[in-house]
Design a protein around this ligand. Structure first.
Ligand code: NAD
Ligand code: 89V
Length: 353
């Protein structure tokens, strides 16, 4: 725990959080902060005054800023939660480091791996914590599978498939997703690759193919990736926003893991089955719909509260959050390596990055 954090806990004070970016997704982060004991959102920043007004209406009292530098100059907070899109992540993380606060930064971490490394270094020199808001591994159903695999119940895993296929109109809520040269690996695949890492450990290499099916968008909306993990498992990570099917499963991730002793499946509808030998157990892992959440986003919304609680707990216990900036260099590295693989039509080793 840092000196500041120690002092606050000793004095029974709340952890003060400032949030930069009050757009589409930040509303979930703001609701989640309100739910977490010992936390107080004290400042909001968005360069769009309309977004700032919508977000500040959630609070009885909160300082508002349209310029992040002005917010940092006023200070008086322990943590900055950066919920902007990727273009501003590096300058804002570096600004946070210059002002000696803990940092949470939304995914995708950065525009490229050099920026991501520089951001990790900038916060490391302050001794503060940097966590990437990589929430999919914290969805309760996904987490249950991760915990079961880590418990060793199916023995050492040798194969996995982590799959996200949907035809949901993500462009309506997030128009920028249709406009980037990169789309599905950077935006969604990053989560699915991170789940593969949580299940099977770091990867040695990756082979990827990409397609664009929807002619109205700029980037790829289909990606199929094959990973060799350092522990010996092989995984297939496949993602699509061009898959029309009923029932539509957005935003569920389905998972298969084969281990030496058995198998675990997380199927559509949040149904998990575990088979050890001939014995099969089934488990309904439907997540709750939090009071401020709505279907079909409720599993993601729940994971936002869980990851933010994990951040608070990690600070209180003086431990690195699971998806720290340092850890997320591996997930972000897989994104970079997947694009390189698809472009050059070859397997890319992580050591090349
Ligand atoms: P958005 O465009 O709706 O919101 C971003 C907000 O940040 C905007 O209101 C914009 O005005 C503001 N902003 C941008 N740069 C700024 C700056 N320098 N200073 C102050 N304000 C600034 O985007 P969004 O859909 O909310 O996405 C934000 C981030 O969240 C993205 O990185 C996206 O990938 C991520 N996201 C994550 C999930 C998830 O489940 N983890 C889901 C959706 C989006
Ligand atoms: O989770 C995300 O990052 C979102 C979405 C689920 C639409 O891909 O952008």
């Amino acid at each position: 725990m840092t000196t500041l954090q120690n002092e606050r806990v000793k004095r029974g004070l709340k952890m003060k959080v400032a949030v930069i970016g009050c757009g589409f997704f930040a509303m979930n982060q703001l609701h989640a902060w309100k739910d977490i004991d010992g936390v107080e959102v004290v400042a909001l920043c968005d360069r769009d005054p309309d977004r700032l007004a919508i977000a500040s209406a959630l609070f009885d009292s909160v300082a508002t800023f349209t310029d992040a530098a002005e917010m940092f100059a006023v200070g008086e907070f322990d943590v900055v939660d950066i919920a902007t899109t990727v273009q501003s992540h590096r300058p804002l993380v570096e600004m946070a480091a210059a002002h000696d606060v803990h940092v949470i930064c939304q995914k995708p971490f950065a525009l490229n791996i050099d920026d991501a490394r520089a951001m990790v270094d900038a916060v490391a020199t302050t001794g503060k914590t940097l966590m990437i808001h990589e929430n999919f591994r914290w969805q309760s159903a996904v987490r249950r599978v991760i915990d079961e695999v880590r418990s060793g119940i199916i023995g050492t895993p040798f194969f996995g498939r982590v799959s996200f296929r949907s035809g949901y109109d993500v462009y309506a809520g997030q128009p920028y997703l249709a406009e980037g040269e990169r789309f599905i690996i950077e935006d969604l695949g990053i989560h699915i690759l991170d789940i593969a890492r949580a299940l099977f450990g770091d990867a040695k290499c990756i082979t990827a193919t990409t397609r664009r099916i929807n002619p109205a968008i700029k980037g790829e909306d289909v990606a199929t990736m094959l990973l060799e993990h350092e522990g010996g498992a092989t995984s297939v990570v496949d993602c699509s926003y061009a898959t029309r099917r009923f029932p539509e499963t957005f935003p569920e991730t389905v998972i298969e893991v084969d281990g030496e002793l058995g198998t675990i499946r997380l199927d559509a509808g949040y149904q998990m089955s575990i088979q050890i030998g001939e014995a099969v157990t089934t488990h309904d892992l439907n997540p709750p719909v939090l009071p401020w959440a709505s279907k079909p986003w409720h599993n993601i919304q729940e994971s936002v509260r869980i990851i933010q609680q994990h951040f608070v707990d990690s600070l209180a216990n003086g431990v690195e959050p699971e998806t720290s900036g340092r850890d997320n260099l591996q997930t972000f590295g897989l994104v970079e390596a997947a694009y390189l693989s698809a472009r050059d039509k070859r397997t890319v080793t992580m050591a090349e990055l």
